[in-house]
Design a protein around this ligand. Structure first.
Ligand code: HEM
Length: 437
């Protein structure tokens, strides 16, 4: 039977809350008061009153002034054992960008770029201008850090270009081909990968633009994808996200509180010395998965639920209970048939069906307009994190490829595999342990 699990709604590295800068900032604390709805937790449970707004403060009567813990004021830490953006709660807005090193740029240029990018990321994530020389674009002025995270990774080709192939871990071996792949090479892989997430679209764009400018002549954008999730505060209480098929998506993710979470998601220290630079890091598999929404929406809700094995309304398993109930994979109905069908997506992808293989799914939805044939170019920027793709994505996708009821309604259009090193210690830049070994 599947273990009882919770959603990734609060799976994270804690974001701290600080006073928003700009209009209504610290100076407004004495004039404005905090309203936090009963049972509200963190930024997602915030209730903004009429006097809320840009500065992130709302008014009530008769209480001591308190700074408002607003969406804008939440700050994720740049330094730490792991990079931010892996266990950080899903943000409302995301950009995924792959860069290729420019011809002639090698290890030295790459190291200088990672130093510049890390310095910019630290400033941006704390809500400061991107550029200490005063060249900031101003796009994020007035906004707080808004849970901005910037996460850096290296693709397989990075190691050849920088003369570091002896430090390239076997976990970066190319993913196998899957029968259902329709991959576009131009939108796949890349030397460097950057994941940007924020709860404000301008803050996210600001970071994207700043990093692109810092790349200068060292690296060029290979591909970019833009995504979104539900905005914190849009639901009455923090809830698991929904995807563009309308399903509650993320329920049965591994959780940081679980004893095996670290070893499943992050690379341990003490492995081979050639790959010691990956200690505290994780491997990200990125797949742009288009949803064939016209076909999906033709199905009755009952049929849609059988495809996944969970109820659409609340994400509860078809074997009964609520969203957090364990899936009972053996339970049958009065007709003797399995309540969670044999080809249901949640059954086939579960650790029980894959020798314990598990990954942390942390996606963004995307919508890139309407295609020439009139169908929406929309779906999931599927990102999953694991200590080893051979014990996470690869065996699970192999199994899904052979018989997932969801397959007729999706199409994998782009793919990337990236080694995301551990977090930088103070004074260090991301990837320093690789580039300066
Ligand atoms: C557009 C494509 C996909 C959609 C719409 C989708 C949707 C869902 C939904 C609704 C669930 C059930 C709720 C939950 O536990 O999160 C689920 C579970 C899961 N999915 Fe997917 N999924 C997609 C692709 C993938 C891919 C490519 C993989 C990995 C290769 C994957 C792995 C998993 C895993 C591991 C679970 C949890 C199973 C469990 O332990 O119960 N999914 N997915």
């Amino acid at each position: 039977m599947s273990k009882k699990k919770h959603s990734p709604k609060d799976n994270g590295t804690p974001a701290t809350h600080r006073e928003a800068s700009g209009t209504g900032g610290a100076s407004a604390v004495s004039r404005r008061r905090l309203i936090v709805g009963a049972g509200a937790a963190g930024a997602a449970g915030l209730a903004l009153g009429a006097a809320g707004g840009a500065g992130g403060y709302a008014a009530t009567r008769g209480e001591a002034p308190t700074p408002l813990t607003s969406v804008g004021s939440a700050e994720a830490m740049f330094h730490g054992k792991h990079q931010a953006g892996i266990t950080t709660p899903l943000q409302a807005r995301g950009h995924l960008v792959a860069f290729d090193l420019a011809p002639g740029a090698g290890r030295g240029e790459a190291a200088a770029l990672m130093r510049r990018w890390s310095a910019a990321a630290e400033r941006l994530m704390s809500g400061e201008p991107s550029d200490s020389r005063g060249h900031d674009t101003g796009v994020a002025l007035d906004a707080g850090p808004s849970s901005l995270t910037i996460t850096f990774g290296f693709g397989r080709t990075f190691f050849g270009r920088t003369g570091l192939t002896s430090s390239r871990p076997p976990a970066l071996d190319p993913l196998p081909a899957f029968s259902s792949d329709h991959l576009d090479a131009k939108r796949s892989e890349g030397d460097l990968w950057v994941q940007i997430g924020a709860d404000d679209a301008l803050v996210a764009f600001h970071a994207l633009r700043a990093l692109q400018k810092e790349a200068g002549s060292t690296a060029r954008v290979r591909w970019q994808m833009n995504g979104f999730n539900r905005t914190p505060g849009a639901t009455a209480r923090p809830m698991t996200a929904r995807n563009l098929m309308g399903q509650v998506d993320g329920t049965n993710n591994p959780e940081p509180a679980e004893s095996d979470f670290e070893e499943r998601i992050f690379v341990p220290s003490g492995g081979s010395s050639a790959y010691a630079w990956m200690a505290g890091g994780s491997y990200a598999v990125v797949r742009r998965i288009r949803m064939l929404l016209d076909d999906w929406e033709e199905l009755t809700v009952k049929r849609q639920e059988q495809v996944i094995g969970r109820r659409k309304a609340d994400g509860a398993p078809l074997s009964g209970g609520s969203e957090d109930s364990a899936m009972d994979l053996d339970k049958t109905g009065p007709d003797g048939k399995l309540l969670i069908p044999g080809n249901a997506h949640a059954r086939i992808s579960s650790p029980e069906a894959n020798g314990g293989a598990a990954m942390l799914r942390r996606p963004f939805s995307y919508h890139d307009g309407i295609s020439d044939d009139g169908t929406p170019d929309a779906g999931l920027l599927f990102i999953c994190w694991q200590a080893d793709p051979f014990k996470g994505f690869i065996p699970v996708q192999r199994k899904l490829d052979r018989g997932d009821a969801l397959s007729p309604f999706i199409r994998h259009e782009a793919s990337g595999l990236f080694a995301v090193p551990g977090g930088a210690a103070p004074g260090e830049y991301v990837g320093q342990r690789l580039l300066e070994a």
